[in-house]
Design a protein around this ligand. Structure first.
Ligand SMILES: [Zn+2]
Ligand SMILES: [Zn+2]
Length: 379
């Protein structure tokens, strides 16, 4: 069945403007709306067709394609409902065209990313800034002042690139459209204008400060808030702090890549910290106390009981790293590493030898039977 003409469906002429289209669509949509016509299949079908017609004609690019090729312009993809009243169905934007169509008309339909015929507006580039901080700074958080080389919109010409008092002139090649049309076999293809790069305007009297670029290089000073507990590898995004856009386009973003320097005493695992503490053999055997300075600058006392073995962990609750966006903190684990005495004097050696002679299996339960147990296991 032949499809009804979109203009006829809406009851408007082929020269109808945006306003006429909209009001015609409203009227027709009200008339055939399913809520007003319960269980009326004809009305429902008509309602969908009206939607489809309006979706096409309200978009200047789709309308141009429809005017030139009729329904054939959209046939291959299967369009779906695309009702402005919600509900399912994919509209045009969801990829209604076949790949071939996308190739040929991609640019014309505005499918070409970036360079839309919008006066050559371009989003500024994103910037990356690498920042290295200490674990103490990551613990406390800080406000850092950074200097970022970037481009900003020229203040003399307000980004237009034209000398103040003069105006950019309409591009003679494309007459301001930003695009030029070239016939290529059966198709007529539109391309970005080579003279003005899509701007639609050329500058005859360039601004002396920015030489017509509309942007100037500058080093900017920014203050960056680094939250307490930030982790190595975190990216902080400062929206709109990247390079200025071109000709009124939006600015890019600035990404701060954080790295946290390794600490001499503390190893970090998520919110927890680990600290390896060497303890003399005698302290480990007899028990003792020592103080650990934590990242908040205070001292915490650790008491180790008699007979503490190497590798034993003691937890200092809440002495780890703050957890971002919460008021919680991780823990600090003290790992005991027993140091064997070296460079013994004659007297020390005698005492240790005497100690060894009077040692029993109960003093060293792990080592005394170990080799016997191993031998047994492998035989
Ligand atoms: Zn300027
Ligand atoms: Zn041009």
């Amino acid at each position: 069945m032949a499809k009804a003409d979109f203009y006829e469906l809406l009851g408007v002429s082929k020269t109808a403007d945006e306003k006429e289209l909209k009001s015609a669509f409203r009227k027709m949509a009200m008339k055939y709306h399913p809520d007003k016509n319960p269980d009326d299949k004809e009305a429902e079908k008509k309602f969908k067709e009206i939607n489809e017609a309006y979706e096409t004609l309200k978009d200047p690019q789709k309308r141009a394609a429809y005017d030139r090729f009729g329904h054939a312009a959209f046939e291959q993809g299967g369009m779906g409902g695309g009702s402005p009243f919600g509900g399912g169905g994919q509209g045009f934007a969801g990829g209604g065209f076949s790949d071939i169509f996308e190739d040929i008309f991609g640019e014309m339909m505005g499918g070409g990313r970036g360079r839309r015929p919008s006066g050559g507006r371009e989003r500024g580039a994103d910037l990356r800034y690498n920042m290295e901080i200490s674990l103490e700074e990551a613990y406390a958080g800080k406000t850092a002042q950074i200097r970022v080389p970037t481009t900003i919109s020229c203040d003399v010409c307000n980004g237009s690139g034209a000398k103040p008092g003069t105006k950019p002139t309409t591009c003679p090649t494309c007459q301001g459209a930003g695009r030029v049309r070239a016939a290529q076999g059966f198709f007529s293809i539109e391309r970005t204008c080579p003279t003005c790069q899509g701007r639609g305007q050329t500058i005859t009297d360039p601004c002396t400060k920015c030489h017509g670029h509309g942007r100037i290089q500058e080093e900017r000073s920014l203050s960056v808030n680094i939250p307490a507990g930030i982790e190595d590898g975190t990216r902080i995004r400062l929206t709109g702090e990247g390079e200025a856009g071109l000709r009124g386009g939006p600015a890019g973003d600035l990404y701060i890549f954080m790295s946290v320097k390794p600490h001499q005493f503390f190893q970090r695992e998520g919110a927890d910290l680990y600290c390896s503490v060497p303890v003399s053999m005698t302290t480990a055997a007899l028990g003792g106390k020592f103080d650990v300075t934590t990242l908040d600058g205070t001292k915490s006392r650790v008491t180790i009981p008699e007979g503490t073995q190497t590798g034993k962990q003691f937890r200092l609750k809440g002495k780890g790293m703050p957890i971002m966006r919460s008021n919680q903190t991780g823990d600090l684990y003290i790992q005991i590493m027993i140091e064997t005495p070296q460079k013994l004097t004659k007297r020390q050696r005698e005492l240790l030898q005497e100690f060894d002679q009077i040692s029993s299996k109960e003093n060293n339960p792990e080592s005394s039977g170990f080799f016997a147990k191993m031998k047994e296991f492998f035989e």
